[in-house]
Ligand binder design. Structure first.
Ligand code: PEP
Ligand code: MN
Length: 337
């Protein structure tokens, strides 16, 4: 059960509500976010919800039996739109493309990418400075120095930054240089990291684990929300199946279903989702029809020379064709009944 408290719920009223929750045999957790105050009450006994619902200090009360609660669409009216910086929104009808190289490689590469984004009206650049690599001998990113270079060029052009945070100790140093923290697939259930990202005032893009179920993804998001940060986006990036003809199996089903299960925006990552350049545009467009609110696309001036994930990275020309088709697909989607 989710009890939404009134902003001005007095300490006295709160005490009475706590007692009531206890008396029906429920365990209550109190949660305070940038947008509201909630009590999550977990228990099994049947009770008359109207008894609690009419108590002073309570705004609303909802039965949510799923393991995840605050990220569930069962209590929130409408869809969440996540605000990025002051002027960019994702979700609830606001679609954004987040494009950029897999890895940030050099100042020249940053400048070339930013020019490409500006030319195409893209407001968010994605790239990695801390790279989780399957092999320790692969390029692992330029780290904080790379991030500072990147930040400088992006700020000059009003471009927002989304990049992966791999561990708790990176959250604070990265904070002033980024607009969205990305949690990668390998860290999707790093609960310490999720707890700490719940305490920051920046949005989080949470990827689905390599073998993660939708429920696990939603419960991971619940960690962030229940620590105080409601600005979360979920990302489908393909899962591991028995099929090995491509890198991952892009689970379009999950995009459609997540949109029903949660009020949070759902982001598609077709680049990692299929991992084969020539199919990325098709899967990207299919993701929009499945319901995606935003999209990650890996682009590079010269994909063959990319330090990582070149095989799934689009050239600028290929990306521009995709952007045009994204616009057409969004229009088409509007007309579908
Ligand atoms: C990435 O986004 O570049 C990345 C490493 O993705 P994932 O965590 O989905 O593998
Ligand atoms: Mn990549």
């Amino acid at each position: 059960m989710i009890i939404q408290l009134e902003e001005e719920c007095s300490p006295n009223n709160l005490d009475v509500i706590r007692q009531e929750v206890k008396s029906i045999g429920y365990a209550g957790s109190e949660i305070s976010t940038q947008f509201g105050k909630y009590i999550i009450a977990v228990g099994k006994k049947e009770f008359d919800i109207r008894g609690i619902g009419s108590m002073p200090g309570i705004k609303d009360i909802h039965r949510v039996s799923d393991a995840y609660k605050l990220v569930s669409s069962k209590w929130k009216v409408g869809k969440t739109s996540v605000k990025i910086g002051d002027d960019v929104f994702i979700g609830n009808g606001n679609f954004q493309i987040m494009a950029g190289p897999c890895s940030i490689e050099s100042e020249a590469q940053i400048e070339s990418t930013v020019q490409h984004l500006v030319k195409n009206g893209i407001k968010i650049m994605r790239g990695g400075v801390y790279k989780p690599r399957s092999s320790p001998y692969s390029f692992r990113g330029l780290g904080q120095d790379g991030l500072k270079l990147w930040y400088k060029t992006c700020r000059e052009h009003g471009i927002k930054i989304v990049t992966e945070v791999m561990q708790v100790s990176q959250i604070e140093p990265m904070h002033d240089y980024i607009d969205i923290y990305q949690v990668g697939a390998r860290n999707s259930q790093n609960f310490n990291l999720l707890d700490e990202l719940g305490k920051v005032d920046k949005p989080v893009l949470l990827k689905r684990g390599i073998s993660g179920t939708m429920d696990e993804l939603l419960q991971a998001a619940e960690y962030i929300f229940s620590n105080g940060n409601e600005r979360i986006m979920l990302c489908e990036r393909g899962i591991r199946t028995y099929e090995n003809a491509y890198r991952n199996t892009m689970d379009l089903n999950a995009i459609a279903m997540l949109k029903e299960k949660t009020h949070l925006p759902v982001v598609a990552d077709p680049s990692h989702g299929i991992g084969v350049r020539r199919f990325v545009p098709q899967i990207a467009l299919a993701s929009i029809l499945a319901g995606a609110d935003a999209m990650i696309v890996e682009v590079h001036e010269n994909p063959e020379k990319a330090f990582s994930d070149g095989q799934q990275t689009l050239s600028y020309n290929e990306a521009e064709k995709l952007y045009a088709n994204v616009r057409k697909t969004l229009e088409l989607k509007e007309t579908l009944v």
